[in-house]
Design a protein around this ligand. Structure first.
Ligand SMILES: Nc1ncnc2c1ncn2[C@@H]1O[C@H](COP(=O)(O)OP(=O)(O)OP(=O)(O)O)[C@@H](O)[C@H]1O
Ligand SMILES: N[C@@H](CCO)C(=O)O
Length: 329
């Protein structure tokens, strides 16, 4: 579910009076997603998404996220565009929560990502990285390498109940990842920019092109976006898109993803060489947030917890891979 905050008809009508979006025709809560409350809105002005920000989103950071989406959309990226009210403000309050209306994007996310999705996905990720140029405000990655040690400590009391010996195994992975991680500046530093940092299949919409092949119609959910190593975003996508349901790595998907990315923004030799450690880091990041949520989601909460151990299997694959050739290049 992702409707934590209920919005009454009257409250919504009063809220919409602050916009130039015409009359309300219909609105409904959207069950998907886990972070925020989302509503689909239809007005005489068109289709929109209303988001009420909950849980992990720090209200002080919302202007940065909305500003980045506005910048990317102005650069031609298909992403939600925040809609300003009469007063020029996109960030407002509704039912006691920070709230914003964004444009609705057509398309559906792939329930079973195929090789045919991975090329366009890679191209869209590279286009996002290129479109981020010129947005000068930065947001550090609050879930970057410096956060993994403290997060592992917070998981330690319950971690081994998920799998015996898990925390000791993660201690080993964390130490070797931090040792191999590319420097942020100076010799060996990789290109940085604004990254999505959560570009999983449920955040990428596709439509069928005239050739019947899938085309990316939009990217959503920029609330983990931050300023970090661009190739780390590629590593997140290799984790999220290129493993089969049985957690076997599909090298054909990886090859397609990297070819799609390289066609728009070629990865340098240094970026390619760093992919194995960036993939290990990305797997550990999602493992740890899932592990934390596994133990800390209150019983009865209407949220589907995600399995942390899926990311342990990925992490083990990357640790064994070592060389970039394991990714099909
Ligand atoms: N701009 C948009 N256009 C069309 N549909 C959207 C848009 N934004 C969100 N949605 C719909 O709302 C659902 C939930 O959105 P989203 O993934 O942003 O939720 P969340 O709870 O913030 O995220 P998550 O759990 O993925 O971190 C999406 O799967 C999609 O169906
Ligand atoms: N994409 C994340 C969750 C939401 O941000 C995961 O699969 O763990």
């Amino acid at each position: 579910m992702a409707v934590y905050t209920e919005v009454s008809d009257e409250a919504l009508r009063a809220f919409l009076a602050g916009y130039d979006l015409g009359e309300l025709i219909a609105f409904r809560g959207i069950a998907e997603g886990v972070e925020n409350s989302n509503y689909a809105l239809k007005t005489t002005g068109g289709d929109f998404i209303l988001t009420l920000y909950e849980r992990r989103v720090d209200p002080a950071e919302l202007p940065w996220f909305l500003g980045l989406m506005r910048h990317l959309a102005a650069r031609g990226l298909a992403c939600p565009q925040p809609v300003a009210g009469h007063d020029g403000e996109a960030l407002r309050a509704l039912a006691g929560r920070p709230a914003a209306i964004c444009t609705f994007l057509p398309g559906v996310w792939p329930r079973r990502p195929a090789v045919a999705h991975c090329g366009p996905l890679g191209g869209a990720l590279a286009a996002l990285h290129a479109a981020g140029d010129g947005f000068s405000a930065e947001r550090p990655n609050s879930l970057g390498p410096q956060a993994w040690g403290p997060l592992l400590e917070r998981c330690r009391p319950n971690g081994d109940t998920v799998q015996p010996g898990l925390c000791a195994e993660l201690d080993g992975h964390l130490a070797s990842i931090l040792q191999d991680w590319p420097p942020l500046s100076g010799p060996g530093a990789l290109p940085r920019g604004h990254i999505h940092a959560d570009l999983f299949p449920d955040n990428v919409f596709f439509l069928e092109g005239t050739d019947r092949r899938p085309r990316v119609s939009g990217l959503i959910d920029f609330y983990f976006a931050c300023t970090d190593t661009l190739a780390y975003d590629v590593a997140i996508c290799l984790n999220a898109w290129c493993f089969e349901p049985d957690l076997a790595f599909n090298v054909t998907k990886a090859r397609a993803l990297l070819a799609g990315y390289n066609a728009v923004r070629p990865l340098s030799t240094d970026e390619m060489a760093a992919l194995p450690v960036l993939c290990r880091g990305a797997a550990l990041r999602f493992l740890l947030t899932r592990l934390y949520d596994w133990a800390n989601t209150p019983p009865g909460a209407m949220v589907t917890r995600k399995d942390p151990l899926e990311y342990l299997r990925r992490l083990r694959f990357h640790a064994a891979a070592k060389e970039v050739s394991a990714y099909g290049v």
